[in-house]
Design a protein around this ligand. Structure first.
Ligand code: GLA
Length: 385
């Protein structure tokens, strides 16, 4: 029996019906584009969240996490209310509760469940630990109730849980990456049509490595800055007479910017349009096997997020600048920003040197020591037991 299944048994006194897992993600490029109907190129991490689940005969929901000392959070299915999700110490339970709520709201006949979760994904590191929990829970419940949901539908349901129940207005990139990514590939997403392309992305054969630098600065998408960026983009698209910023062609960017009075809005628009172009460029380079050449667009993407979109922070900027000076091909923040992680593309034999340089630079700046790990494109959600 797996560890998480054994823990379920110890906790609830009976075995789970199964164990399901979903990974976190790193976004290679295409940041803050998903709520603008744009392009993104994430991949799934080997780090994942496992849920052991069993159905109950009543309408009680029991949620327990090995990673949060909250005990079992017990909720009544009939009383789930997006206006009052669990908060405080029990706040993590809003994610699985939101998934149950979203399933019921979509008309699926879901009853009570007991759930135990264990994850090796750090929370607040910009690696989509919340999407992993939502997607693993959604997959478990879909399979237990034999619901005919496709992978993108599981992702959409998980995102609805986060938007409508947890109250975070995120796009769909994280959930799609966690549900649909495949081993050894990056996932090129068109977030308007939901078209997916699985692009081979094997750094090892090219003698390269991707490192993730967790700055240990926690970001919180619910703090209003994310929603503010999103609203600015939607207003800008509206004032340009477009359905979304996705519809502003790169060639028309300067003309469109000249018509926008507010300098910060101009920056937001410039970021989204140039970032969509960078995704397409990086996709082309990956397809051509020119992996080293993806470095410059990654670093340009970081500068754009720092200067035009204004979602970076000193720790992310230092990680990027230091890794690049230590020989990286390119580096950028990944995820929503204001903390979380940076990613850096390096020669495989430069790992020790880049890790040392970044760690020393953080120490000199008086920052919390960063956590540096390797990122290998891995598979999306699956049943494990
Ligand atoms: C967070 C959101 C995603 C996406 C990124 C920024 O991770 O959950 O939907 O908007 O920020 O690219």
């Amino acid at each position: 029996m797996s560890r998480v299944a054994q823990e379920f048994l110890d906790l609830y006194g009976y075995p789970p019906e199964g164990v399901w897992a979903a990974p976190g993600r790193v976004n290679l490029i295409g940041e803050h584009t998903d709520y603008n109907d744009g392009f993104a190129l994430p991949f799934a991490l080997p780090h994942r969240t496992e849920v052991a689940v069993a159905r109950r005969a009543d309408a009680t929901l029991g949620f327990h996490s090995a990673d949060v000392p909250s005990g079992v959070v017990a909720l009544d299915l009939a009383a789930l209310d997006p206006a009052h999700p669990p908060r405080g110490r029990d706040g993590w339970a809003a994610y699985p509760a939101g998934v149950v709520w979203a399933l019921v709201d979509a008309g699926f006949p879901v009853g009570g469940v007991d759930l135990h979760v264990r994850s090796d994904l750090p929370t607040g590191a910009g690696l989509s630990s919340s999407a992993a929990l939502e997607v693993a829970t959604a997959l478990a419940l879909a399979e237990l109730h034999e619901l005919p949901l496709t992978r993108p539908e599981v992702a959409a349901l998980a995102r609805r849980a986060e938007n409508a129940y947890v109250g975070v207005p995120c796009g769909v990139m994280d959930q799609l990456a966690s549900a649909c990514a495949t081993d050894g590939h990056a996932l090129r997403l068109d977030t308007r049509s939901l078209e997916q392309r699985h692009i081979p992305f094997d750094c090892a054969v090219a003698g390269l490595r991707l490192l993730v630098v967790d700055t240990r600065v926690k970001h919180d998408l619910a703090d209003g800055t994310y929603a503010e960026r999103r609203a600015t983009c939607h207003r800008a698209a509206h004032s340009l007479g477009l359905p979304a910023l996705r519809d502003l062609p790169y060639e028309d960017l300067d003309r469109a910017l000249a018509g926008l009075a507010d300098p910060s809005t101009r920056g937001r628009v410039r970021h989204v349009v140039t970032e969509n172009a960078r995704v397409l460029r990086v996709e082309e380079l990956l397809r051509a096997g020119r992996l080293r050449e993806t470095g410059p667009p990654l670093t340009e993407g970081h500068a754009s997020l720092r200067d035009d979109y204004e979602v970076s922070c000193p720790e992310l900027d230092l990680a990027v600048a230091t890794a690049n000076s230590a020989g990286a091909y390119g580096s950028r923040m990944t995820g929503g920003g204001f903390g979380g992680s940076a990613l850096t593309l390096i020669d495989a034999d430069a790992e020790a040197e880049v890790t040392r340089a970044v760690t020393e630079a953080f120490a000199r700046a008086g920052f919390t020591p960063p956590r540096v790990t390797r990122a290998v494109p891995s598979a999306g959600m699956s049943r494990v037991l």
